[in-house]
Write a protein that binds this ligand. Sequence first.
Ligand code: C2E
Ligand code: CA
Ligand code: CA
Length: 697
Amino acid sequence: MKLPLALSVAGAIAVSAIIIFLLTLKEHEEQVVALHTEQIHALGELISEHIGITMVSDSYHSADIDNEIKMLAANKNLLCAHVLDGRKQILAGAFFQIDHPSSSLSAQSLESFLKLPTGIYEREGKLIAVNDIGDVALGLGSVVLISDLALYVNSSRSAMLKHILPYVIAITLVAIIATVWLLSCFLRPLQMLSQFTQQIGQSKDYTLRFLNQYKYEIGALGSRINSFLDTIEVELTINQEQNATLVEQQQTMMRLANYDSLTGLPNRQFVVDNLRLELARVRRTNDDLALVFFDLDGFKGINDSLGHETGDLILIEVADRVVNLLREGDLVARLGGDEFLIIPDREVSATSLNNLASRLVQAFSEPFMLRGLALKVGVSVGIAKASDADYELSQLMSNADLAMYRSKAKGRGTYTLFTVDMVESYKRKMSIANSIDSAIRSDEFLVYYQPKIDRNGMIVGLEALLRWQHPVFGLVMPSEFIPIAEAGGKISAITQWMLERVCMELPDLQMLLTHKFKIAVNLSGHDLRHTALFDDIYELFERYQVNPDYFEFEVTESAYLQNFAIADKFFKRLTNLGCTVALDDFGTGYSSLSYLTRITIDTLKIDRQFIRELESSERSRLVTCTIIDLAKRLSLTVCAEGIEQTSQWQYLNEHGCDHVQGFLFSKPIPLSELLYISQDFGALLHTPPLENDEKNT
Ligand code: C2E
Ligand code: CA
Ligand code: CA
């Protein structure tokens, strides 16, 4: 802004100076002309008076006039002088030499000038003065003086230019310099303000303030800028605070999104994101990576019985134990519930993985000491390798899951390394799960019966056991499909089918066995969760006109106790109808026996494992005898299952076992084959053991 302003001001001053100078020059020229006119006029009058006096004198001689005229030569600028008579004829004349190119006078111009009447004239740059000689009335003639006005004016102008112009230029320059200096003085505050704003722009330091020692508009502008800065600073502080809050919130969100709030371990989201990247990396580098899945055995039971707070404390301690077990670089995460995952950062050889898994299982051998209780929590571990899953995340997770469920099935507190054949069995499992509904609809299930024998060898009952004639897999055993049906929520429908089929076949069985007997039907723990089961059974009995006395229901102790409230009511109502209840697989589940006095049962069924070990294990013999003794004390019937050898039956008989069941008498067989089995096994008791055992193997 300063430069254009200075240029404009300097220009204006220069133009004004020029205009003033030109006007002065013009005025000067006009004055010069007036002065010269006056001079020539006076000279003309003077000379004409002289000549008039000369002409009227007695001694007049024409040479006198010439002399008079020649005296005018001293007057510079005078071009010529002529004396005319009354008739305008030249009496005398003289030309004065002026050395200047413009000072020429043509004969024609001269002639016209001489004819001019009395007066003073300006023609063609010349000044012509015509004066009468003496009194006009005398008619003596006139004097004509011609001067070079232009030359006079020019020389006067040159003189003036020569003397005045340097001053004009000098003054103009001084004026311009002074004005520019003043301008820059006036503009300095503006410049300071501009520099200040530039400094703020560059440094972004809004705490700076303009040192405002100026008045007027600049002062006002400065304080306005300062007050803007105040506002900006306040806004900035608010912004910074809000930013900090936002960053904090973002971090909290990150933590919530990626970390488990209870244990502080990374969560599923975090681990899945990481795993995806890791898988891509190891696939590229042709490496391998392992996943170690584990969940807690019996955690649900602890949660249900001791409350979620205890469950939470256990999860926290689990996280602690596992973190202490790992090495640097290993990652442990909580996937949710009681499921955890470890990604070891080391070589994934079977040895090192087995090592890690056994240390993991080992870490849980010590009980958790919580609220004065020593709680034992085991882990089931499943391990899978990325290379076996073709580096696919979901496949890898499901392989590890599969291996973990294998561990659970094997018996808790174990670990399993995934192998490809597990997928086959998994597929079979899925296929079984998916075809249960259609199997019920198309009657693919079969009921097999296994006799129960009393101490005399007579059939006192039949246990109804399910079989599935699968269109693809052939005969599928209940130990395979019942857990699948339970997990898939299909067990109630199967139980329903089973009960109805037994009701339908009961008349045939009554014809076969002429004396009183019981049909034992197995119930799953899942059946006992539904209160409608009793009504369903009652409705079946009504529909098929069945006497409830024929029915016994077998249930495991864990199924009974886990659903105690519903189960107890249910079994009481069944007992009232005339049915009996047997506690299946007794001796394998709960270690406390105090519950036995509280539940509604008629029979204890000693589990097969004790019978199998009767000969080899002192402990099994002890358990068996204790169970028989216990049953007697509680006035319960006792039944042993899994008898394969006469020696086992003989032993049980000697110790007072009421009923027996096993391959020694018959495997479970369909109704059609029941016709052909013996009704009296009494002879077996008296047969030497070896003979019978050979027959049965
Ligand atoms: P469980 O109730 O303990 O049934 C007895 C199992 O022992 C039967 O196996 C039977 O075949 C087998 N068994 C009997 N005597 C001997 C023997 O001397 N030696 C050997 N090695 N085994 C013997 P099964 O039929 O395979 O049934 C397995 C389990 O499936 C049953 O165990 C029961 O828990 C379940 N189950 C069978 N049918 C049903 C049913 O209709 N509903 C429910 N909920 N479960 C059923
Ligand atoms: Ca049973
Ligand atoms: Ca059993």
